[in-house]
Design a protein around this ligand. Structure first.
Ligand SMILES: Cc1ncc(COP(=O)(O)O)c(C=O)c1O
Length: 450
């Protein structure tokens, strides 16, 4: 087993003496605190445990560290920024680098997606995009267009807007009625028709036509926008069926609905392109982004809007605020510095292309699990894979949870479990040997937990 070259000197300084106060997000708190999975530092493809053991990162932190960890140019950029400009107000004032980063991001986006609104997370990005959609129609004299359409099994973060258009029942049922005036498209997964598809499944484009049914029910004049992930990540990697997104775009155009791609996961190389919109040749009206924009090194999110969306607001007296929305930490100097250094490293190392070239081998490695007993389906697209497992009687999710826990403690591998599904989304710098190591360890754990 590998160990860090320079072991931490003072283990006591790194080990917490009380785990109680921190109420952990999206975590089984009681199980965690009995058997914590702690990491104290990271470099490239590895995290390091308090005892110095290296853990292979199979999930890019949480779908975000696409560059791998603690890359020197990003670290140095953040250090420089911290010493130079701790904070600059983003309302009524600005710092120059925020304009540079907005331009770089817009340059990566397809079509006339050319204006960037900064937030600090995917959730804020989503709620920003939904609010821009409502305000856009309002600005155009169509204030009756207030309905928002999401999709079953979709994940759009945890704000009230994102939770409302989201479609994962566990994320919704604790929180009452959420926003009114929301409807959902059907999800795109059908195991019988799609199991073990490589990349985008052949079956399922017709599911986009349900949008026509929803429009017929509510009338287009009441609908503002449709939001979908080009690849639904947090529900366990559901790639869009071939032709699905094109059909969604056409139906939105027919009825004057805005189409939002939530690219918080798919942006910045995860599917082998700067944005999935490019992979699928479909230009949405807005793209939400976060995670990969700084490779996870600083909190940042945002919305890229098409020119006509932005321009619809640029009316009225010039001293007036055009959009009454924004965050104290929009375009925070540290996050902007991290973003600029991250995008530069993606470019220098041609990492989006690297991901694209690695994809067939990645899919081969994932699909090799097909014959492992207890594997119900494997889905893989870009550098992302999910493995559905059979459950133990009356204990849905316990097997995948156990595999995730044992992978960390016994195999020095970080992965994610979602229900009874294992998910892998490594940094885009993963070597073929490391990819092999991930799937070998997972195969062994699936066998051991039968
Ligand atoms: C598609 C999508 N949208 C939004 C979010 C929310 O992002 P955050 O956790 O940064 O708020 C996520 C997080 O995983 C996501 O996958």
């Amino acid at each position: 087993m590998s160990r860090a070259a320079n072991q931490p000197r003072d283990l006591d300084a790194l080990a917490p003496n009380d785990l109680e106060a921190f109420w952990m997000p999206f975590t089984a708190n009681r199980a965690f605190k009995k058997r914590p999975r702690l990491v104290v530092r990271a470099k490239d493809m590895h995290y390091y445990k308090p005892d110095g053991r290296a853990v292979l990162d199979g999930v890019a932190g949480m779908w975000c560290c696409n560059l791998g960890h603690n890359r020197a140019p990003v670290v140095e950029a953040i250090q420089r920024a911290a010493a130079e400009l701790d904070y600059a107000p983003p309302f009524q004032y600005a710092h120059p680098q925020s304009f540079t980063l907005a331009t770089r991001i817009a340059d990566l986006a397809p079509g006339d997606l050319d204006h960037v609104f900064f937030a600090n997370s995917g959730s804020e990005a989503v709620d920003t995009a939904l609010k821009i959609a409502l305000a856009f129609h309002n600005a155009n004299g169509q204030g009756g267009r207030t309905r928002l359409i999401g999709r079953e099994r979709g994940y759009h973060g945890v704000g009230f807007g994102g939770t409302s258009v989201g479609g994962i029942v566990a994320n919704r049922r604790q929180f009452g009625n959420l926003l009114t005036g929301v409807d959902h498209l059907p999800h795109t997964y059908n195991r019988e028709k799609q199991a073990f598809s490589r990349g985008e499944p052949e079956w399922g484009a017709h599911l986009a036509d349900d949008l026509d049914r929803i429009v017929a029910l509510h009338d287009a004049s009441t609908i503002a926008a449709v939001i979908v992930e080009p690849m639904a990540g947090s529900t366990g990697v559901l790639p869009s069926p071939k032709g699905y997104l094109e059909r969604l775009r056409a139906i939105c155009d027919k009825h004057g609905l805005l189409l939002i791609f939530d690219e918080v996961i798919t942006g910045f190389g995860r599917l082998g392109f700067a944005f999935a919109a490019e992979r699928y040749g479909v230009v949405p009206d807005m793209i939400t982004f976060a995670k990969g924009v700084t490779s996870g090194s600083a909190p940042m999110g945002g919305v890229i809007a098409r020119k006509h969306i932005h321009d619809a607001f640029m009316r009225g007296p010039e001293h007036m605020i055009e959009l009454f929305h924004g965050y104290t930490y929009s375009a925070h100097p540290l996050a902007v510095a991290a973003g600029l250094a991250t995008l530069e490293l993606y470019r220098k190392e041609d990492l989006f292309n690297r991901a694209r070239q690695l994809e067939p081998k990645w899919i081969d490695a994932a699909m090799a699990l097909k014959d492992v007993p207890g594997v119900l389906d494997v889905r893989a697209v870009g550098l992302t894979a999910a493995i559905d497992l059979t459950s133990r009687p009356d204990a849905f999710g316990r097997r995948a949870f156990e595999i995730m826990d044992r992978a960390f403690h016994e195999r020095d591998l970080m992965l994610r479990s979602l229900g009874e599904t294992l998910v892998l989304t490594p940094p885009l710098i993963a070597s073929e040997a490391q990819i092999g190591e991930m799937f070998d360890k997972i195969a062994a754990l699936i066998r051991e937990t039968a």
